[in-house]
Design a protein around this ligand. Sequence first.
Ligand SMILES: CC(=O)SCCNC(=O)CCNC(=O)[C@H](O)C(C)(C)COP(=O)(O)OP(=O)(O)OC[C@H]1O[C@@H](n2cnc3c(N)ncnc32)[C@H](O)[C@@H]1OP(=O)(O)O
Ligand SMILES: CC(C)C(=O)C(=O)O
Ligand SMILES: [Mg+2]
Length: 514
Amino acid sequence: MRKVNIFDTTLRDGEQSAGVNLNALEKLEIAKQLERLGVDIMEAGFPASSKGDFQAVKSIAETVKNSSVTGLARTNKKDIDAAWEALKNSEEPRLHVFIATSPIHMTHKLKKTPNEVIESAVEAVKYAKSKFSHVQWSAEDSCRSDKWYLAEIITKVIDAGASVINLPDTVGYRSPEEYGELFRFVQEHVPNIHRVVLSAHCHDDLGMATANSLAAIEAGAGQIEGTINGIGERAGNAALEEIAVALHIRQNFYQAMTTLKLDEVKRSSQLISKLTGMTVPGNKAVVGANAFAHESGIHQDGVLKEATTYEIITPELIGVSSNNLVLGKHSGRHAFKDKVAKLGFELSKERLNEAFEAFKELADKKKEITEDDLFAILTDKQTEALELKKYQLKHFQVQYGTLNITTATAAVVTPDGTYLEEAATGSGSVEAIYNTLSRMIEGPIELKDYKLNSIGGGRDALADVYVNIIYAGVESGGRGSAQDVLEASAKAYLNAVNRVIVNEQVTLAKSHLS
Ligand SMILES: CC(=O)SCCNC(=O)CCNC(=O)[C@H](O)C(C)(C)COP(=O)(O)OP(=O)(O)OC[C@H]1O[C@@H](n2cnc3c(N)ncnc32)[C@H](O)[C@@H]1OP(=O)(O)O
Ligand SMILES: CC(C)C(=O)C(=O)O
Ligand SMILES: [Mg+2]
């Protein structure tokens, strides 16, 4: 069985998803979870792109010990130097440097001749190699590049010191057969290819990212790049959980494996969904809420007789424990703690107590607490610790009637500890709440997007609200869950504002990162 390395780029390409903007503390929290998941390499960001990303990569490189940490750079000294400053204290400093090799990109974007691109790539890899112990080079848009030109530049870049060569399908263009063919071609026509690991990096524009990644493995790739939940630029990247589970379930076919801890998959998915605000569709393979739900009679009958009739993956495999202990209002701390541990959460004693209180409060309102409810409570507690000085909602009330003007009143505590109360009207309940909160928050807020989902099913399902706002000139996403839609809406709005405030504090006070 051949081992395939997992290169996670949730914190770099994943963060390139439209509307996603993680602060350094959120990135660190995700990095710790990716380390628990067992990724071999994590791309923590693009250090030259902003001060915030530089800080994030640096703190991750200094914290994470069991996964190799890398950062992205263009083929210029400024980017490579910034990456070095951010990564030099990691266990094995590793750089990811890229330049595009397709005629379209070279002509229109880079405005360089193919020879100039070769020079730039070789020079950058040599320079990077003088600092970093590992240098990965990527041929951006390799799938629309001339294959003979690709073979030439790869040969030279390997001679310059690259130890990983990545062939990204940057725009998700190829079919699995064609992508596999590219890997075979490169292995046959690059004389020094045996000195490097070949890597695949697929995008999902035509819905083929997972299939293409698996085709690359069949054709000899030793590393797969992707993100959790498949988030990323445009239609996203290959979903790592899909590839890892496919290799596990079909190991006899692929004869390849990863060392991911698959029982950390669900928790990683939940945390990343929560912090990025990118909701996982119900029918998403492996981690969607319906991935293990059997709806129709014939399927249910089959599963009752023999689960393998319709189940090729068990929920337990990805860390959703079987529900033999039902949690409800009569459950105590022991059962709760046991369940929390089974779901893979590690919370401090204080956070665990708070989570237990939140669970009891919810159990008073709901008959049965589902695993999805618990995930919502636990990820809330896990991420609350990330919020520094912030606006806190104390209470609110809304008066709504078809004949009245909708009015909300609310009380918040501001980041400097002042208690404020306000009231405002709106054309609906959510608008009235947002107008009220806006009066107490310093600076204008523009609401760009509002999404409402339910967590779990039934009349007593939790509401999950995601908002996108512009506050202090910064685009920010916020999420809130509660049993009541209006409470979830208020929480999401404040969470989006708080994320901007926290971001500022993190950039100003670097000491918070250690
Ligand atoms: C396929 C991918 O995912 S690539 C990674 C994409 N990620 C990002 O872009 C991260 C966020 N980006 C940023 O913050 C900014 O774009 C920065 C800081 C990286 C650069 O900002 P700016 O210096 O203002 O440049 P801008 O983004 O407008 O243009 C990119 C420049 O880099 C050049 N460039 C693009 N790729 C490369 C490369 N791999 N190597 C060298 N130069 C490159 C472009 O030709 C352009 O150069 P020009 O200014 O001479 O025309
Ligand atoms: C930077 C490279 C590897 C990339 O993300 C792409 O080409 O899609
Ligand atoms: Mg990409």
